[in-house]
Ligand binder design. Structure first.
Ligand SMILES: N[C@@H](CCC(=O)N[C@@H](CS)C(=O)NCC(=O)O)C(=O)O
Ligand SMILES: [Fe+2]
Length: 354
């Protein structure tokens, strides 16, 4: 059997590829990582049979719909999630085949009402979504979450698997990749050892976490299995630089890729004038056109050359990218993470005034 664990650094999400007999499943694919997943499937000679989400995610958009468009793959998700566009609504006890292997479905509600855990046929691995994280668990304060339900799900459906069963979560915010049933039974501070449902509920009701940054976008999008609103087909990948399409529709360029392609591009810094020469500095050769003046100064830009918009964190420049595209510029991208990431990666800066 082929097994790969893939990571999305933006949302700290793990996507899992399982393959056998030329057929593959992807568990929890991420919208922006679909080109990566397609390349891997192609290189490993696998046909994608289905994508399986462990639940309706609140922090990133699923790649399920986008992959189904490219691979004709099925879309599997808990029936209880009530999402549109699911081709295979799942229930506890269902079986999902790939090659000569299969996963069984266990309902593990509590983080959301539709959370599922997928267990490999020989019980050597299980994919727990956010029901059980490494030494932790998913929060229970939205999407019909319930600490009492989560406690029962983990104790009865996950920690009853064999000691040696490896557990693969949907996220880890510290970069730890895998755990086991024996380890979590002993060391999970919320759900292992002698903790009881009262202790657990008290803990979970006092987490006071801010909502995920993307929640307002991700939940409605995931209730459509990641299909963008409207009928527009996903745009072709531009060839002028390696770019990533964000679910918002904005193309992004990574700092290193921008450095490599800088000579052929126009770099437009959309911050205000004082920021251009403050301690962050600016990209060598950048042209200063503050966002507030952009639409009045389009004539200063070359419509034939690709434009990369830059700001402090990547938020204002994302808006600038949308405005430029709407104004008819065909080759536009946003610098991912803005000057903050550019500086964090120790790339060259200038500090002269415009
Ligand atoms: N900072 C992250 C937070 C993500 C978050 O809240 N994740 C959920 C899973 S969808 C969770 O249960 N996290 C558990 C925790 O942070 O302890 C974001 O904004 O996306
Ligand atoms: Fe989640």
């Amino acid at each position: 059997m082929i097994f790969r664990q893939l990571f999305d650094p933006t949302s700290s999400t793990y996507t899992y590829l399982l393959g056998d007999g030329g057929e593959a499943l992807l568990i929890d694919p991420v919208y922006e990582q679909v080109p990566r997943d397609l390349a891997l499937l192609q290189e490993l000679g696998l046909r994608l049979r289905a994508t399986l989400d462990t639940h309706v995610h609140a922090d990133h958009v699923t790649g399920a719909w986008r992959l189904s468009q490219r691979c004709d793959s099925g879309i599997a998700l808990s029936e209880a999630a009530g999402a549109a566009g699911v081709s295979r609504p799942l229930r506890h006890g269902d079986r999902i085949d790939f090659g000569s292997r299969y996963l069984t479905v266990r309902a593990t509600p509590g983080h959301t009402n539709g959370c599922l855990t997928y267990v490999l046929d020989d019980q050597s691995m299980a994919f727990t979504g956010d029901s059980l994280l490494i030494r932790g668990c998913g929060r229970t304060d939205f999407q019909q979450g319930s600490p009492q339900q989560l406690f029962a799900s983990v104790r009865e459906q996950i920690l009853t698997l064999p000691d040696a069963c490896l557990l693969y979560p949907a996220h880890d915010y510290r970069g730890i990749t895998v755990t086991s049933v024996a380890e979590e039974r002993r060391f999970n501070p919320r759900l292992g050892g002698d903790v009881d449902v009262g202790d657990f509920t008290g803990h979970m009701n006092n987490l006071n976490l801010p909502h995920p940054k993307l929640m307002a976008v991700a939940v409605p999008a995931n209730l459509r299995c990641g299909q963008p609103e409207g009928d527009a087909p996903p745009p072709e990948t531009p060839a002028w630089a390696p770019l990533t399409l964000r679910f918002s529709g904005v193309w992004e360029i990574e700092p290193m890729a921008l450095l490599e392609h800088a000579a052929t591009l126009q770099i437009v810094d959309v911050r205000e004038a004082p920021e251009f020469i403050d301690r962050l500095g600016h990209l060598p050769g950048a042209q200063l056109v503050p966002l507030s003046q952009l639409m009045d100064r389009l004539g200063e830009l070359d419509r034939e050359r690709p434009v990369v918009a830059v700001c402090r964190s990547g938020v204002r420049s994302a808006q600038a990218s949308v405005l430029l595209s709407k104004a008819g510029f065909g080759k536009v991208a946003n610098l991912a993470g803005g000057m903050l990431r550019w500086r964090a990666e120790a790339l060259p800066v200038a500090s002269d005034s415009a």
